[in-house]
Write a protein that binds this ligand. Structure first.
Ligand SMILES: [Zn+2]
Length: 116
């Protein structure tokens, strides 16, 4: 009767701190929601102090600041986006990984020193 349920593999959940440094987070998940709600795949992140230059797979460049309360920081943690950028060709596994990522105040990695 319940064979369907047994077939479903549990998705491994990842936990990150809510106060994780936004640059470290982007470096880890390689995704970025633009102002128009497009979720881009990040090819490179170049950190220059409190600013970082993101280059997307569709060759767009974004300059971002390391603010936890920035629009993009909130959007990333809440996983808000309107559509996935078709030009960036973000693979499905990456989106699944992202959707199983949770942000907690007292639990999870701060993504320091490239651990985790
Ligand atoms: Zn893109």
């Amino acid at each position: 009767m319940d064979t369907e349920e047994n077939k479903i593999k549990p998705v491994k959940k990842r936990y990150y701190r809510k106060r994780v440094r936004i640059f470290n987070l982007i470096d880890k998940i390689k995704l970025w929601p633009s102002r128009t709600g497009k979720l881009h795949g990040i090819r490179t992140i170049e950190i220059m102090g409190d600013t970082a230059k993101l280059t997307t797979h569709c060759n767009k460049e974004f300059l971002i600041s390391n603010s936890l309360n920035s629009r993009a920081g909130r959007w990333l943690r809440n996983k808000w986006f309107v559509q996935v950028c078709p030009k960036c060709r973000v693979p499905d596994w990456k989106l699944e990984k992202y959707s199983s990522t949770l942000f907690k105040r007292h639990q999870g990695s701060m993504l320091l020193k490239n651990k985790d």
